[in-house]
Design a protein around this ligand. Structure first.
Ligand SMILES: Cc1ncc(COP(=O)(O)O)c(C=O)c1O
Length: 474
């Protein structure tokens, strides 16, 4: 067995064997091939490998340790010294551009993982692993492992009213991956443009364009997407967030739902329903079911584990009508060999045992508490601001008093260690939307959330308009 492939010795060389090993290790370290923290083989293993006596390797290692290239770590052998190169920080999706260190991060996105159910996940993973035989260790089915598709069909029907079967579900690596697959499948059905909500998740729209499909922004109002404008766009597919529009938080009205289905039937088109936070209905009234149930032949339902569990899992699912499903399967077969299967089996186990239901119930109670605290803090610190879209999800849209300078407020907040996005960041159409803030409340405990709002209130009260309103309401 080769323990350290890039280190070799030659008996024809004039250099002693010890020096050859030292030089080779130094070269590999300086070229970054042997990375800081890499564990080196034991002196016995390397000596066997190089067919030299063990004392040669012991001497080489000793010298490299003395010179600071290697470190002897108690209980874990010899490693490349950690100080030699700073480990680069791995950027995440949230880090678009430079993200300053702040005390209060109110961005929407990954922070849900603060509540990941570690114990339940470990139990589910272990139970799943126990049932794994040779067949499960082979390449997973392209559409996802059967137990997960069965559990998802049951869960989505029960909780979101989705009309689907295991055969119509495709497991994907998060919605971002599902969207990329859809963008490759749609042209095979003659669909070459995708309409998107405006305001909306601009990053997602970029994914669509990068996949080669132009996007057409369609305005959103208090009922959801403007279906007349959609009809004028000429597109035959539209990407939507009907449950809780991102970022405005509007729930698509019954009237618009009917109009959309009608539009899709007339144009032989498809509605792509991004149900990213569909597990989080927080209001007391009955919660709106998936749009997909109104027209399973016209709607692709998309769900994700990113909000309910954690984005790191890169796990999502599509429930798609024929013939889109067939096109998706063809695309998948041409470009990958399926998604990682053990995570899928663990997720199936989490669904089967009811642990996911219990976890979500706990999360909803927690977010309800935060949402109420947010409402009270807004009333107190940002008078005249309307909280929109707080019936569901993990964020709220704060419509600020009309003359507030949104960008001044966002910049001022940052100076007070509050990182928050303004509503304009989500708009592409050439119009000036009313000033707003998009506040994610999943990542901060209630007290910190209230503190962050108090800081925002201070910055806002320091603005010319804020001073006037604050004086009136004092
Ligand atoms: C609007 C919207 N859709 C979908 C997602 C989830 O994407 P993914 O499943 O790729 O993590 C997010 C995550 O933040 C989102 O904000």
């Amino acid at each position: 067995m080769v323990w350290l492939a890039s280190v070799g010795v030659s008996r024809d060389s004039e250099l002693p064997l010890t020096s050859q090993i030292q030089l080779a290790v130094k070269r590999e370290i300086s070229e970054g091939v042997l990375r800081p923290g890499t564990r080196l083989p034991s002196s016995r293993a390397l000596a066997d490998d190089l067919r030299v006596s063990r004392s040669v390797v012991v001497e080489a290692y000793g010298q490299l340790i003395a010179e600071g290239y290697l470190e002897a770590v108690q209980g874990s052998g010899t490693r490349v010294a950690g100080h030699l190169a700073p480990a680069p920080r791995v950027p995440t999706l949230l880090d678009e551009g430079r993200v300053p260190a702040v005390r209060w991060d109110l961005r929407t996105g990954g922070a849900v993982s603060a509540h990941f159910p570690h114990r339940e996940w470990a139990g589910a993973y272990q139970r799943a692993l126990r049932g794994v035989g040779r067949a499960e260790l082979d390449y997973p089915p392209l559409s996802g492992v059967r137990p997960l598709r069965e559990e998802l069909a049951r869960y989505l029907g029960r909780v979101r009213g989705v009309r689907t079967t295991p055969e119509e579900i495709m497991v994907v690596q998060g919605f971002a991956h599902g969207l990329a697959l859809l963008c490759s499948a749609l042209p095979r059905l003659g669909i070459a443009t995708v309409a998107v909500e405006d305001p909306g998740l601009v990053r997602q729209h970029r994914f669509v364009r990068e996949a080669g499909l132009p996007t057409v922004p369609v305005p959103v109002d208090g009922e959801g997407i403007d279906v007349r404008a959609l009809a004028r766009s000429g597109a035959r597919a539209v990407l939507l967030t009907p449950f809780h529009q991102f970022p405005t938080g509007v729930t698509l009205s019954e009237r618009r739902r009917a109009e959309l289905v009608d539009w899709a039937r007339r144009t032989d088109g498809y509605l792509i329903e991004d149900d990213y936070d569909g597990d989080f209905w927080l209001a007391r009234r009955p919660h709106p079911l998936a749009l997909q149930r109104m027209a399973p032949d016209r709607v692709v339902y998309a769900g994700t584990a990113s909000k309910a569990l954690a984005p790191v899992l890169r796990l999502g699912w599509l429930a798609a009508p024929q013939p889109l499903l067939a096109a998706l399967e063809r695309v998948r077969g041409e470009r990958d060999l399926g998604a990682e299967g053990l995570t899928q089996l663990a997720c199936a186990e989490l669904l089967r045992s009811g642990a996911l239901d219990r976890h979500l119930r706990r999360l909803r109670a927690r977010y309800r508490g935060r949402r109420e605290a947010l409402g009270q803090a807004v009333q107190r610190y940002l008078p005249g601001t309307a909280v929109i879209g707080a019936d569901a999800g993990l964020h709220a849209y704060l419509r600020l008093p009309p003359h507030t300078d949104e960008s001044l407020l966002v910049a001022g907040a940052l100076r007070h260690s509050v990182l928050v996005r303004g509503g304009r960041e989500f708009v592409t159409l050439d119009r000036r939307p009313p000033p707003a803030l998009v506040v994610g409340y999943a990542g901060l405990p209630t007290t910190a959330l209230v503190d962050a709002l108090r800081e925002l209130g201070r910055v806002w009260a320091g603005q010319p308009h804020g001073r006037r309103v604050a004086a009136r309401s004092a």
